[in-house]
Design a protein around this ligand. Structure first.
Ligand SMILES: Nc1nc2c(c(=O)[nH]1)N[C@H]1C(S)=C(S)[C@@H](COP(=O)(O)OP(=O)(O)OC[C@H]3O[C@@H](n4cnc5c(=O)[nH]c(N)nc54)[C@H](O)[C@@H]3O)O[C@H]1N2
Ligand SMILES: Nc1nc2c(c(=O)[nH]1)N[C@H]1C(S)=C(S)[C@@H](COP(=O)(O)OP(=O)(O)OC[C@H]3O[C@@H](n4cnc5c(=O)[nH]c(N)nc54)[C@H](O)[C@@H]3O)O[C@H]1N2
Ligand SMILES: [Mo]
Length: 772
């Protein structure tokens, strides 16, 4: 197979257009946050919302009576009543949603779908909020307005006509509230399938799999308070300055009281160099607080080797002075597999470690010293680990490292996968999962008296393949931008085109609305910032952050249009239209659920452990879900112990002259939503179609800085191409390259997934370059 992105006019509506002018490139700044953050946030807020709405909204983010930030999943301090937690990228997320611009039926009448596809993702997003349900009829060139009833009828007609419920796919992005997510998965299972792929499949799935196997719980084991007690904090494959800016305030406080912070990342990200809290005026003038004590510039995909190097050094120190490095009591009482693990570690050769990690032994030794000296270590990670070729093994090596020192179920220590979307963790807790657990299904069966399907459904990559093979008639998405977030853009586009109907519940226009099945629906919904008024009065929803804390969220803005419906109301409307009523069977009163979300929460409390007294505790401000490892040092694995595991160092065979490419986020985007064209912390502005390369790699290929290149990816004899990327010389290990998501997604082979989590290996793509 070979696909290419020319980008070129209408023949490739799925791809982002080429950029003809080169971006501006400067040296990256040495301090993050500070005044530039405030200015950037203010500019976005003013441009989208105007002065009044803008200020009002920013003051409501993450406050007890306000809404949960639609940005990332980093937790809020427990007492947030008198604190306005300012965050530049949170402000942009709010501005993007609370914009006063509108995408009306008139907009769709003026712009054909084919024309919109020529716009950049930035331009598409800036068009504004969707206002009406819209239908793209078969063969039509333009979307036209429909009523909600017509929209539900079309969905019911198509869904009921399927030969099997398994020929429908129901995707979820991680912004859906707990209430919407619970109602949605219930509807989908009553309809008869577990085809519930979600953005988690592309995100932290590897963390869930890795942690469940070794520790018995697929979630992080630390709370925010632990950061006040940690001696050492590892930040692995994560760029918090951009993607979790509020985490920098936590890290700053830790650094100021003397905690050591180690960054393992091919890039020295600006947020990890130094941070000036945008709210603490006196630090603006200064140089900020240094964050990372030590930076390890690991090669892309070299983390297993690096972690083994660190653990080998710890083992050598333990051999020299037994009982001083390892927590032997913890290991004996709570773990299994220690001897085999140590044996494998001893057998791992230093040459292999140094070659695969690209790190010097001295640097590793400096980091190992910090780890050895730490009584409480936290390991944080994000996509730099989860989207590698051996992601599950890599995360399990992180677990090994913590177990050696007993850093689990101890104050100031533990695992901290830092989640992406603001409620991605909650959606999973609510049952958005293509492989639901038996206990969860049993609880659904008991509570709602129906037989939920027991066979597993499609994850994201399987869903794309099934669509491509013509085995799916209807693709429905609760949020997100499936086309642009998924791997292998051209393949995914073809997959979507082969369905009969694609339908998206969305706040804003995106490329997934432009590459469709035979028919397509856009169902516009309320966002987090907007007041949700139903028959019983104003509603609150709830979300779970990255540390298992459930909080209420209440929007306060007037809805962007009178035709918007809440996600709960849309799911309920869909269920009423689609599910065939058996008068004898007890059914869900979907209308009552829509009228009063308390009823949904009462049912959640019956099905999901940890949600007893849900409504009461939510109104008291929220609550922590129990966590067996954190609370009781209990490991819910089959053996009842935390498991040491052994993993080989992965070796990728590069093509001649090849590089390994990671795809990542700029400072000015939220996933596929492009806020602007400024990657300020990497010094690149006014353009996104860039590829970051080591100067030696440029020279070796006779390429100049700022020259345009075409990128070819290689996988099992297949090639894929993306054209017209400007080279940017950058401090990145030799042999490695970086480009932005979603521009580079066309290069990610559909079959290139991490072993057991089936996550696309977005961070390990084998490429070659040629002049454009
Ligand atoms: N403003 C903003 N906030 C966001 C998002 C956003 O797009 N914008 N997205 C949200 C979502 S859904 C998520 S999942 C998170 C994502 O948050 P991150 O995971 O921080 O996002 P990425 O940009 O994918 O960057 C990952 C980091 O991994 C590093 N990396 C890449 N490959 C490797 C490797 O092989 N080894 C190591 N050690 N590091 C590597 C990169 O250099 C980069 O610093 O952020 C969430 N928050
Ligand atoms: N190459 C590459 N690809 C990646 C990644 C990568 O690092 N590299 N990261 C992956 C990761 S971690 C993730 S999480 C996925 C993200 O995948 P998705 O979650 O599918 O993508 P988003 O870009 O976050 O979705 C944006 C759209 O969501 C809609 N939206 C926003 N707010 C709401 C809301 O409140 N309700 C509803 N119903 N809709 C709303 C808007 O219409 C907006 O256009 O992408 C993955 N893709
Ligand atoms: Mo994510």
């Amino acid at each position: 197979m070979s696909s290419s992105s020319g980008n070129p006019k209408s023949s490739h509506p799925e791809l982002t257009p080429l950029e003809t002018a080169p971006p501006r490139v400067e040296a990256p700044p040495s301090v993050s946050g500070g005044l530039p953050s405030v200015l950037s946030a203010t500019r976005h807020a003013l441009a989208e919302m105007g002065p009044l709405r803008g200020t009002k909204e920013l003051l409501k983010v993450n406050q007890r009576d306000g809404f949960d930030c639609p940005g990332c999943a980093w937790p809020d301090p427990d007492d947030r009543r008198d604190l306005v937690e300012f965050c530049e990228n949170g402000a942009k997320a709010v501005a993007e949603e609370a914009t006063t611009k509108r995408v009306t039926p008139d907009f769709f009448a003026r712009h054909a779908v084919a024309e919109l596809a020529q716009w950049s993702d930035f331009e598409i997003g800036k068009a504004g909020r969707l206002t009406h349900p819209m239908l793209l009829r078969e063969g039509a060139t333009h979307y036209a307005p429909v009523t909600w009833e017509e929209a539900f009828d079309i969905l019911a007609e198509e869904l009921r006509a399927l030969p099997s419920p398994d020929e429908a796919v129901f995707y979820t992005s991680g912004r859906a509230s707990n209430e919407a997510a619970f109602a949605y998965q219930l509807f989908v299972r009553m309809f008869g399938t577990n085809n519930l792929p979600d953005c988690s499949n592309m995100c932290h799935e590897s963390s869930g799999v890795a942690l469940k196997e070794t520790l018995g719980v697929g979630k992080g084991s630390v709370s925010l308070e632990d950061f006040q007690h940690a001696d050492c904090i590892l930040i692995l494959g994560q760029n918090p300055g951009t993607n979790h800016p509020r985490m920098l305030a936590t890290l700053q406080a830790a650094a100021q009281r003397g905690a050591r912070i180690i960054s393992l990342n091919p890039l020295l990200e600006t947020g990890l160099k130094s941070f000036a809290h945008p709210q603490k005026f006196w630090t603006w003038m200064g140089r900020g607080t240094p964050i990372a004590t030590l930076h390890l510039p690991v090669k892309v995909n070299g983390d297993i080797a690096a972690l083994k190097g660190l653990m080998k050094l710890m083992l050598e120190a333990e051999d020299r002075a037994p009982g001083t490095v390892f927590d032997l009591a913890f290991i004996a009482e709570h773990t299994r597999g220690f001897e085999a693990f140590v044996e494998a570690l001893r057998a791992t050769r230093w040459e292999e470690i140094l070659e695969a990690s690209g790190l010097e032994r001295e640097r590793l030794a400096a980091a190992a010293d910090l780890l050895i000296g730490s009584k409480a270590t936290i390991a944080c990670w994000a996509m730099g680990l989860t989207q590698q070729t051996s992601a599950v093994g890599c995360i399990q090596e992180v677990v090994n490292l913590l177990m050696l020192g007993g850093h689990l179920g101890r104050k100031g220590a533990g695992v901290c996968p830092v989640r992406g979307h603001s409620n991605v963790q909650g959606d999973r807790t609510m049952g958005i999962h293509e492989k639901p657990g038996e206990a969860f299904l049993d609880a659904l069966q008991r509570t709602f008296r129906f037989d939920p399907p027991r066979h597993h459904g499609h994850d994201t990559v399987q869903a794309i393949r099934a669509m491509h093979e013509g085995r799916v008639g209807v693709f429905f998405a609760l949020g997100g931008n499936f086309l642009s977030a998924a791997p292998d853009t051209a393949y995914t586009a073809e997959a979507l085109r082969r369905t009969r109907l694609t339908a998206h519940v969305s706040t804003k226009l995106n490329r997934s609305h432009l590459v469709t099945g035979r028919r397509a629906l856009i169902l516009p919904c309320l966002g987090r910032t907007e007041a949700d008024h139903q028959a019983s009065g104003p509603q609150i929803v709830s979300v779970e952050n990255s540390m298992g804390v459930i909080s209420p969220s209440r929007g306060n803005l007037a809805p962007g249009s009178e035709h918007l419906r809440s996600e709960v109301a849309i799911v309920a409307g869909l269920a009423e239209a689609v599910l065939v009523r058996d008068p004898a069977a007890p059914t869900v009163d979907w209308k009552a659920w829509t009228a009063n979300y308390d009823l949904i929460r009462d049912h959640i409390a019956q099905v999901v452990p940890g949600f007893e007294g849900y409504n009461r505790r939510l109104r008291e401000g929220g609550f922590h879900l129990p966590h067996a490892v954190r609370d009781q040092r209990h490991f819910d694995t089959p053996s009842g112990k935390a498991e040491f595991t052994c993993h080989a160092i992965p070796h990728l065979t590069l093509p001649e002259g090849g590089l390994i490419l990671m795809t990542l986020r700029s400072h000015d985007q939220f996933n596929t939503t492009i806020y602007g064209l400024e990657d300020r912390y990497r010094g690149v502005t006014k353009g996104r179609r860039v590829i970051f390369l080591n100067e030696a790699d440029l020279a070796r290929r006779d390429l100049l800085p700022g020259q345009r290149v075409d990128i070819t990816s290689h996988f099992q004899g297949e090639t894929r191409r993306a054209e017209g990327f400007f080279t940017v010389p950058y401090e990145i290990p030799q042999g490695c390259a970086a480009a932005y998501f979603p521009e580079a997604n066309v290069l990610v082979p559909i079959g290139h997934v991490t072993g057991r989590s089936h996550t696309p290996a977005y961070k390990s793509i084998l490429i070659t370059l040629s002049p454009h």
